[in-house]
Write a protein that binds this ligand. Sequence first.
Ligand code: PLP
Length: 397
Amino acid sequence: MISDKMTDLVNNSSVIRAMFEEGKRLAGIYGAENVYDFSLGNPNVPAPKAVEDAVREVLEEEKSTVLHGYMSNSGFEDVRAAIAASLNRRFETAFDWSNIIMTVGAAGGINVLFKAVVNAGDEIITFAPYFGEYRAYAANVDAKLVVVSPDTSSFQPKLEEFERLITPRTKAVIVNTPNNPTGVVYSEETIAKMAEILERKQKEYGTVIILFSDEPYRELAYDKTEVPYLTKYYANTVVGYSYSKSLSLPGERIGYLVIPDELDDSETIKTACNVATRILGFVNAPSLMQKVIGRCVDVDISDNTEAYNRNRETLYSGLKELGFECVPPKGAFYLFVKTPIDDREFCERAKKYNILVVPGSTFGCGGFVRIAYCVSHDTIVNSLPKFKELAAELGLI
Ligand code: PLP
């Protein structure tokens, strides 16, 4: 009964979500404190208090018919202006409210942009390992996802291969830094080189190639690592942001797109994104959360980043001591750990110790597993003896 296209998508449906369900099942049997569920990027650190205060204030202070009513499909103008001003302060950009389109999280933003600009048969390039949902987002617009193979020694993008894979059908390139699943941050030098390649290829083919910066983890960077703001390096950049991770609000479904004036055909693309937001069925991003965000654009999230950083350090050094190998992560809240055996088999073996991790093949990079450390610090500490048993079983120690 279901469509052919959905049949494929259902069959390839998220392994991560399946793991999450498995975690709930195991918690029911062994107790939640005895299950080490590192499967989902669902922040364990609560939203900052300022966010909860803002929810109350918005309900008390905003006129109810405005707050709960329809607005422009791109969102409330005052909220978009507050976001633009915050970006300008932080990244020396020059956006105004019209450059911002409120979205239903990062996922909503990517789908809106693709709906607006991608034709069937177009190619969208990304770099392995990559967020597996990109496959479904490309399929939604009948585009082909073209994947640059991973450099497993650094997880920095392979730029020569990237250049070779750009064709006249390349419509967009997705980069995600800080990266899910590796935690790697692309340096300014890498971004500048990538921009140079894109400029060259646009000229060669007479096309426009959009660089899409998928950046839900922008603020989650450690060791004072700089995360370059991509619109400053390449004119045809679109940014997709989400508050799911930085403010621990994944269930609230709120984020935005930045469509800069410098983007080729910017005005038409803004209009198309506005219409795409409506016709994809979102109509607009959740109004209460838009207003909350309008008051929280510059909220201090250092408590959250400190908690993740502590988890990162404990888990990274703990696993290294046990003989596991991993490129040091500089951002997001994931470790991407090399597996001495097939990654899916590794996940099955880990389950015996009530450890739930996700196979790298889900991210287009077998031989690794992703460990999401956005869990309580106790979970990290208590999991290490279990990882030790696993390491022993695998002959690492
Ligand atoms: N992009 C990346 C790289 C992600 O890791 C995620 C979520 O984990 C998303 C997009 C989707 O985020 P959102 O919950 O804001 O839709």
